[in-house]
Design a protein around this ligand. Structure first.
Ligand code: IPM
Ligand code: MN
Length: 360
């Protein structure tokens, strides 16, 4: 199989973790005869400093025909967040109709959960990724006067709710057959009751999948109190954003959390990126955890149909974490970004050496 992947390392630790993701995907590609062409793009805040834009004007056109996009992180103090994110990350998510943001959360053996009795945590957060609370509908009136006012509208559409909820139910069918909806229909009285209504309607099409729903406040408490009880969690854009930092924190570190911005119809390329951001405070020190990027690489291979290669990467992450060696400092170790990346790449390669030995 041959693939063309757009690489946007982006900013901050994105430049350090994305290369480790590529290193490990390449190790898996060698084993499974995948031919990957990495099209490296210098899009990000450095480019903005030189040309005044995060990406070229025809940027999206340039990568629309690629098989996937592999992204590090976007954002640096020299450019406002609104500018850097809404002229690069958000246009990719939206114009390529990546309306599902799939964020798996797992507790690995060897990873330092802050909970005394975490149990077996293995859930998937399905975050709506194109609308909701993240909307461009709104504005400011009477600036700099005592009548100054600001409005931002939440947008929920029937199509937008239904398609992300359907994805969640279909995913649950391949897992433990349970979907939990995050809501807040007791406080947000128009959009969230509508979300609940669409959730009920969708659940009636999946009678074999169990459902429950919680308001986002108690949902946050349950995610800490009994994280092992969740299977698939479906949430609006903002709620999904918050839960997908909380979930990984409960499994030890947000540094390992991956995400897949999916266009399930495959009309456009999907984008794979760690959940963490550019982390200016630790950037340039080779101490960031590369597992979020590496696991995102596995999600990408899985999406591209290279399932065995994806599984080889997950297995390598499991073994390296369980060994307790080469952990970065967010996991209680002292290893560098590159040494953890290399350890996982080596574990990928070693897998088949053992496999070959076993067969020979
Ligand atoms: C994420 C990030 C982004 C988001 C930010 C950088 C806009 O937090 O991918 O979770 O909120 O979607
Ligand atoms: Mn986030």
């Amino acid at each position: 199989m041959a693939f063309k992947i757009a690489v946007i390392e982006g900013d901050g630790i994105g430049k350090e973790v994305a290369p480790e993701g590529i290193r490990v995907v390449e190790a898996a590609a060698r084993l499974f005869d995948l031919d990957i062409a990495w099209d490296r793009l210098d899009w990000g805040c450095d480019r903005h400093a030189r040309f005044g834009r995060m990406m070229p004007e025809n940027g999206l056109e340039r990568i629309a025909g690629h098989d996937a996009i592999f992204l590090g992180a976007i954002g640096w103090p020299t450019v406002s967040d609104v500018e850097s994110l809404w002229t690069l990350l958000m246009p990719i998510r939206r114009e390529f109709q990546q309306y599902v943001n799939l964020r798996p959360v797992r507790l690995f053996e060897g990873a330092p959960s802050p909970l005394a009795n975490p149990g077996r945590i293995d859930m998937c957060i399905v975050r709506e990724n194109n609308e909701g609370e993240y909307s461009e509908i709104g504005g400011r009136m009477f600036p700099d006067t005592d009548q100054e006012m600001v409005v931002q509208e939440t947008i929920l559409t029937r199509r937008g709710c239904d398609r992300v909820m359907r994805f969640a139910f279909e995913l649950a069918r391949k897992r433990r057959r349970k979907v939990t909806s995050a809501t807040k229909s007791n406080g947000i009285v128009y959009t969230m009751p509508y979300w609940d209504e669409r959730f009920r309607a969708m659940s009636s099409e999946f009678p074999d999948v169990a459902t429950d729903q919680y308001h986002i406040d108690i949902m946050a408490a349950h995610l800490v109190g009994r994280p092992a009880s969740f299977d698939v969690v479906v949430a609006s854009n903002l709620f999904g954003d918050i839960l997908s930092d909380l979930g990984p924190a409960v499994t030890g570190t947000i540094g390992i959390a991956p995400s897949a911005n999916l266009n399930p119809e495959r009309r456009f390329p999907s984008m794979f990126e760690p959940v963490h951001g550019s982390a200016p405070d630790i950037a340039g020190r080779n101490i960031a955890n590369p597992i979020g990027a590496i696991w995102s690489g596995a999600l990408m291979l899985d999406h591209l149909g290279a399932t065995e290669a994806a599984e080889a990467i997950i297995g390598a992450i499991e073994r390296v974490l369980a060994s307790g060696e080469n952990l970065t400092r967010d996991m209680g170790g002292t290893a560098s970004t590159t040494s953890l990346g290399m350890a996982i790449a080596d574990a990928v390669s070693a897998r088949t050496e053992r496999g070959v030995a076993a067969h020979g």
